[in-house]
Write a protein of this length. Structure first.
Length: 447
C-alpha cells in the first residue's frame, strides 16, 4: 500500500493496468483536482452531474470514489508548493484523474497570486485581492509539468457540435471528430537556443560543416525532433480509439511536403504502424484506390494523410470527412483551438492528456479569475471532459445520459451567460440565463 501524507485515499477499487488494458471496478477511485479560479466553481458542478448520471444509469451498483488531490492554490495551502510531488505520485497511483484549470504566470513579474492570478514583484499580501496566503514565486506551467512528469504523450480533444449553439461555421452541425496531438516532441520539446548563445552558434557551425549551408549567425535556433517511438505511440492511440469507437477513418496530418524527415516521417511511420499492428482492421487510402477502386471494404478503417494547411481548410468546408485526426505537436496545438472555434468556442471544449496507463481529463479553458466564486461560468468543458472519462472507463451509459441532458438544456436555451449572450445576439427567443450550478441542475433534470 502506497503511503501518502495529505492525500486520503477513499474506500473503493484501485484502477489496475494489466496487459495493455485498464481494469475498473464498480467503485473506482478517481483523482479530482479542483484547479484555481473558476475551477472552484465548475468542479463541484461536474461532480454532481457525474454522480447523478451514474446513479441514474446503474442505480447504486456503480459509483465513483472521488479522491481530492491538490495543486495550484490548494497545493500551496496543503504542501507549500504549487506543484506537489505527492500529487503527481497520487495520479500515477490512481491512473485516472480530472482537473480544473491552473494559473500560469505569463508576464515578467517575480510573483503570482493563485487566488486571483494577479502578478506582482513581491511576496506576502496580494496587491489585487488582499489575500496573504496565496502569493508565490513565479513558476513554470503546472499543466506542462503534469504532462512531462507523467509522460502524458497524447493530448486528446473531441470536437463536436451541440444543436442550438450559435457557431460561425455553416457546416458546424457536421463537425464530429477527435484530435490526437503528440505532446512531447516537435519544436515544443524545449530545445530552443537564444541568438548568440554557445549552443546556437555551435549548431550553426555544425550545420555549415556538415551541409555547407550557412544559417545567419544572428539566428535563434530551435530543434524539431520527431521520433519513430513518439509517432508510433501517438498514432497507435488514435487507431485504437477509432477501433474502440467504431469510427470510419484516421487522418495523419503533416507538413511532409516541406519537412520530409520530421513531418513526412510522421505520416510514413503512421502508415507503417497501421499496416503492421492494425492491418486486419485498416486500409490505406492508396490501397483503397489501387485495389478496391475507391469503394470502402466493409468493417475497415480508412487511414489517410493530409497536408496541414489543407486540413485547416477542409475541417471548415468538409468536416464530415474526418473522424480521428493524429498530428505532431505544433500543428496539433493550432488545430485543437481552430477546430473548437468551428463549433462555437472553448466553453464546451473537453480534453484529456494521456499515456497508455494514465488519463488526466481537464477543462480546456483557463481560470477566468474575474468570475471566480460567482457561480457564473459555463461548466460545460469540464463536464464534457468527465463524459470522455466515463467513456474511457467503459461507463458509456452514464456518458450518454450527460450528453442527452446537455443537448436538451442547450436546445431549451437553458444555459450559462456565455451561451445566453450568443443566443440573444442571434435573436433566439426564450433564452434563460442560468448560473454555473443552475446549468448543472438543468442537465441533471433532463437526463
Ligand atoms: P481564460 O480561458 O481563463 O479566459 C478567456 C476568456 O474566456 C475570458 O473572457 C473568460 O471569462 C472566458 N471563459 C473562460 N472559461 C470560461 C467558462 N468556463 N465559461 C464562460 N467563460 C469562460 O484564459 P486567460 O484569461 O488567458 O487565462 C487566465 C489564467 O488561466 C491564466 O493564468 C492562464 O495561464 C490560465 N490558463 C490555464 C489553462 C489550463 O489550466 N488548462 C488554460 C488556459 C489558461
Amino acid at each position: 500500500m502506497v503511503e501518502f501524507k495529505e492525500v486520503k485515499i477513499p474506500e473503493g477499487d484501485l484502477i489496475q493496468y494489466k496487459d495493455g488494458k485498464l481494469i475498473i471496478g464498480d467503485r473506482p477511485i478517481i483523482g479530482r483536482l479542483r484547479g484555481d479560479g473558476i475551477g472552484l466553481d465548475i468542479s463541484p458542478v461536474m461532480e454532481n452531474v457525474v454522480n447523478a448520471a451514474i446513479e441514474k444509469s446503474y442505480g447504486g451498483a456503480r459509483a465513483i470514489a472521488w479522491c481530492p488531490l491538490y495543486a495550484g492554490l490548494e497545493g500551496l495551502q496543503h504542501y507549500g508548493s504549487e506543484f506537489p510531488e505527492e500529487t503527481v505520485d497520487a495520479i500515477r497511483h490512481l491512473k485516472i484523474a480530472i482537473k480544473g484549470p491552473f494559473t500560469t504566470p505569463i508576464g515578467e513579474e517575480t510573483h503570482v497570486c493563485l487566488n486571483c492570478a494577479h502578478q506582482q514583484d513581491h511576496g506576502g499580501t496580494c496587491d489585487n485581492c488582499g489575500h496573504d496566503d496565496s502569493v508565490c514565486p513565479r513558476f513554470r506551467s503546472i499543466n506542462v509539468r503534469f504532462r512531462q512528469h507523467l509522460d502524458l504523450f497524447a493530448c486528446v480533444r473531441p470536437i463536436r457540435y451541440f444543436e442550438g449553439v450559435p457557431a460561425p461555421n455553416k457546416y458546424a452541425d457536421k463537425v464530429d471528430f477527435i484530435i490526437f496531438r503528440e505532446n512531447t516532441e516537435d519544436v515544443y520539446a524545449g530545445y530552443d537556443f537564444e541568438r548568440g548563445s554557445e549552443t546556437a552558434l555551435a549548431i550553426i557551425e555544425l550545420i555549415k560543416e556538415r551541409t555547407g549551408r550557412q544559417i545567419r549567425p544572428d539566428s535563434g535556433i530551435g530543434i524539431k525532433p520527431i521520433s519513430t517511438f513518439g509517432t508510433e505511440r501517438l498514432v497507435r492511440k488514435a487507431l485504437q480509439w477509432a477501433v474502440d469507437h467504431d469510427l470510419p477513418s484516421v487522418t495523419l496530418v503533416h507538413k511532409g511536403n516541406i519537412m520530409k524527415f520530421t513531418e513526412g516521417s510522421f505520416a510514413k511511420w503512421g502508415y507503417e504502424l497501421a499496416e503492421r499492428e492494425f492491418g486486419d482492421k485498416t486500409i490505406s487510402e492508396k490501397r483503397l484506390w489501387n485495389e478496391y477502386d475507391g469503394k470502402m471494404p466493409e468493417g475497415k478503417i480508412l487511414v489517410k494523410d493530409r497536408i496541414a494547411d489543407s486540413i485547416f481548410q477542409q475541417i471548415q468546408t468538409r468536416p464530415d470527412e474526418y473522424s480521428v485526426l493524429a498530428l505532431p505537436n505544433l500543428n496539433g496545438d493550432y488545430m485543437s483551438d481552430a477546430a473548437i472555434a468551428l463549433v462555437g468556442g472553448l466553453g464546451l471544449g473537453p480534453g484529456a492528456n494521456m499515456s497508455d496507463e494514465i488519463g488526466l481529463f481537464e477543462a480546456t479553458h483557463g481560470t477566468a479569475p474575474k468570475y471566480t466564486g460567482m457561480d457564473k461560468v459555463n461548466p460545460g468543458s469540464l463536464i464534457l471532459s468527465a463524459v470522455m472519462m466515463l467513456d474511457y472507463m467503459g461507463w458509456s451509459e452514464a456518458a450518454e445520459l450527460i450528453i442527452k441532458g446537455m443537448e436538451q438544456s442547450i436546445r431549451d436555451a437553458e444555459v450559462t451567460y456565455d451561451l445566453a449572450r450568443l443566443m440573444n445576439r442571434e435573436g433566439r427567443e426564450g433564452v434563460n440565463e442560468l448560473s454555473c450550478s443552475g446549468f448543472g441542475q438543468a442537465i441533471i433534470d433532463r437526463m
